[in-house]
Write a protein that binds this ligand. Structure first.
Ligand SMILES: C=C1C[C@]23C[C@@]1(O)CC[C@H]2[C@@]12CCC[C@@](C)(C(=O)O1)[C@H]2[C@@H]3C(=O)O
Ligand code: AKG
Ligand code: FE2
Length: 340
């Protein structure tokens, strides 16, 4: 089994870069990118009855609020998080500069089929018959070599800003990936998909979105709820590893990104997990006779391998047999939620 994140996909190559389009110049949605009509596409006259909780991290009750949000939603937004907005805007503008490059230039830093870092489509494209209306750039470790390919003359600006401001590396006790996502304007947004429904494999994902909406989360398995951007606010998603660590008490949230007719959306996802070779198992203090462990121990590396093979069914592949007192978790018919 690979120990480092960068080695995970050697055994799970995906070939995704053979048909690339210049999104900005396309006037009609090509058949390759035409999905069935998007249900719950956000509309001006539709408002959500329930909204994703917004939590002020300086609130004395913040810990409880976070716990409740993780149990009910698997997602919440935070204010007063201490991350300077200027830092996020700097990374956003570097991302914008990258995605504005001509396709041929970006492809010089293409993520190899068996690699983790670089430019390209989200790996999850491999599980769908249609292509997504987005492009991404994944950074694990230093992006210096990719930056050298993208901007041979002045690669320093990009990698210094990204490295100094946003990445922790594996030697500092955690693993993380930074994912820059770009969703160009789309001629037929209701028939396109920016990023299809998925859960993240992380412990937590911290997401910054520019001023254009697009992120939606599935609530109670029945409706897509939009998470509109609010200045200075970050979105936090519960990932599959936290779902396992909490023995199913916290829900990894199914989410997707829809696209817009005229607006270009950018998001930055900080995908945070444990050191890649540390085993994650349900916490012993959550286990008793009424609550037996529901998941096998698994490392992030192993889990990413399962995700690469089974995609949204990965969580059920590490599932042990269920307890007596369960009901089907509406967020995903492949898994179950425990009654607490
Ligand atoms: C560490 C990782 C999590 C991730 C795969 C990756 O290697 C880097 C990109 C991450 C991302 C972002 C978009 C959605 C996602 C499912 C994908 O295909 O790439 C996630 C992966 C994940 O959380 O499993
Ligand atoms: O762009 C978004 O809002 C979602 C991005 C996302 O889900 C991801 O990068 O994993
Ligand atoms: Fe995600």
């Amino acid at each position: 089994m690979p120990a480092r994140l960068s080695e995970v996909f050697r055994a799970h190559p995906v070939h995704l870069h053979d048909t690339n389009i210049e999104f900005e110049s396309v006037r009609e949605l090509p058949d390759s990118h035409a999905w069935p009509l998007v249900i719950d596409y956000p509309s001006e006259d539709m408002y959500d009855i329930e909204a994703v909780p917004i939590i002020d991290l300086m609130d004395p009750n913040a810990t409880n609020l976070v716990g409740n949000a993780c149990e009910r939603w698997g997602v919440f937004q935070v204010t007063n998080h201490g991350i300077p907005i200027g830092l996020l805007e700097d990374v956003e503008s570097e991302g914008r500069r990258l995605f504005q490059l001509p396709a041929q230039q970006k492809l010089k830093a293409a993520r190899p089929p068996n690699g983790i870092s670089g430019y390209g489509r989200a790996r999850i494209n491999a599980f769908f018959p249609k292509l997504m209306w987005s492009e991404g750039f994944t950074i694990v470790g230093s992006p210096v070599e990719d930056a050298r390919q993208l901007w041979p003359q002045e690669y320093n600006t990009f990698w210094k800003r990204i490295k100094e401001r946003s990445l922790k590396n594996e030697s500092e006790g955690a693993s993380a990936a930074l994912q820059l996502n770009s969703y160009p304007p789309c001629p037929e947004p209701k028939r396109a998909m920016g990023l299809a429904a998925h859960t993240d494999s992380t412990l937590l994902t911290v997401l910054y979105q520019n001023s254009t909406s697009g992120l939606q989360v599935l609530k109670d398995g029945v409706r897509w709820v939009s998470v509109p951007p609010r200045s200075g606010t970050l979105v936090v998603n519960v990932g599959d590893l936290l779902h396992i660590l909490s023995n199913g008490r916290f829900l990894s949230v199914l989410h997707r990104a829809v696209v817009h007719r005229t607006r270009h959306r950018l998001s930055l996802a900080y995908l945070y997990g444990p050191p890649s070779n540390i085993q994650i198992a349900p916490l012993s203090k959550l286990i008793d006779q009424k609550h037996p462990p529901l998941y096998h121990p698994v490392t992030w590396s192993e889990y990413l391998g399962r995700k690469a093979k089974h995609f949204n069914k990965a969580l059920s592949t590490v599932r042990l047999c269920g307890p007596q007192n369960v009901f089907i978790d509406m967020n995903d018919q492949n898994r179950m939620k425990v009654e607490w």
